[in-house]
Design a protein. Structure first.
Length: 71
């Protein structure tokens, strides 16, 4: 869940940053906010299988595999 949340927040920051850079000095704040919030609502659903796999990989690297589980 933490990987999904972190990736969603990073995506929102990316949308916000790109929106500001592309439309400066007349930034459409409402449109950027709506696009960012929509991306934060949809992205975790789409990214869930990948985030779970990444988390299991991190867990395996940190704790190691039980030798009995390999049999």
């Amino acid at each position: 869940m933490i990987i999904n949340t972190g990736a969603s927040i990073a995506l929102f920051g990316l949308v916000l940053g790109l929106g500001i850079l592309l439309f400066w000095p007349r930034v459409p704040w409402t449109a950027i906010s709506v696009i960012g919030i929509a991306a934060m609502a949809i992205f975790p659903i789409v990214f869930y299988p990948m985030s779970k796999t990444l988390w299991l990989g991190v867990d395996l690297l940190m704790t190691g595999m039980d030798p009995d589980a390999r049999k």
